[in-house]
Design a protein around this ligand. Sequence first.
Ligand SMILES: [Fe+2]
Length: 407
Amino acid sequence: MWTLDLQLTYFDVHNPREMVIHSTNPIEFFSGVSTIAMELLETRALFRRAPYTLGHRYPTERRMDQHRLQSSGRLSWALVSASVFFRQRRRLRNPRALPIEESLVADPWRRGFEAAPETHPVMLEAIEGEIPSDLVGTIYRNSAGRLRIGASEYEHWFDGDGFVSALSVDGVQQKAAFASRFVRTPRFVAQEKPGAFARAQEGLGMASVGAWTPADNGDFFSNVFRLATNPANTSVLWWGDRLLALCEGGLPYRLDPGTLETLGEDLFKDRSISESGVSFFSAHPKRDPTTGELFNIGLTISVPQAIEVYCCSATGELLQRAKVPLKEFTFVHDFAITEKYIVLIMPPWVCPVDGLLQSLWEGGLGQKFGWQEELGTRCVLLKRSDLSTVPWHMTLANLEGTCSQLR
Ligand SMILES: [Fe+2]
């Protein structure tokens, strides 16, 4: 078993010093792919871990199939349907069991992408140095904690199951504790059922449709008219005394801040999920450090396509919302706020209509997106005061260029 001691390296910007905490028992922790660099309360702390390398895991022919499928997105319906039929039949006859164990021996770094076991809250002992007395608080992290089950793997780590970890440090009491747990999304619960888990272990695929991963290795009947599920795997938000696990592809899940138990979907404090009418709530909200207001965006499934913008109170209530229409089905991942404006960045990363429809019978919506450079990158401004769109926007010729024109 490959394990990693919990190690915290602390840098005080005014008084450089270092403290190391090792767990009394080896813990596999912080599985996932995000780098860890966070602010802990008012003290800057940097958490380091084993040097993971980002990149594709286990290249497979199946992935190459999907690249070809993406390029076939513009073929006629008949050709696509025939292609899908024969591809599914071939996959079902020949499920590919990957030599994963062999690859782990050959490339030990791959274990950084293996699933971490859940850890019930455990006390940690500082065996070297001491915890700074002004370091008190809990840092929560979220990432894709499970990328495969047996011989079945998610097609992209964006589909990995959300896994939240909590490191609590109390420099006054000289105590530290650690806990980690998967977010109990419906897709995680479905995957844990004995039959579904056994099928995945045998290489017969995942139980639910992911944004990049079709269910049951692409079986037609397992994917038709099923939408991508939310893995709740991207970030965490402490908002109005609530701990939320976020992902762009769905609504937040509320967690118990102590036990990390999943309490269910949750969003605004002043209205229920059904009342809010929100489908997606991005994993990258922005908080105004002066007013405490929280801003976020979310894709809406509507015709015409639109991005919804939310302005919320510091305590969790929805204050204002506005829709920004999209010309194409664009993946708008992030945005920025200034003192007066909200800046939306709309890259030409779009899903054509036929690709969108195709995803209804063959899972993997994320695979249908493509870069259409001729569309350019658009920036849209909204006034923070009333979320009205400023009658001005610009396009960027490409990501490396600067503003090329105003219109
Ligand atoms: Fe993201």
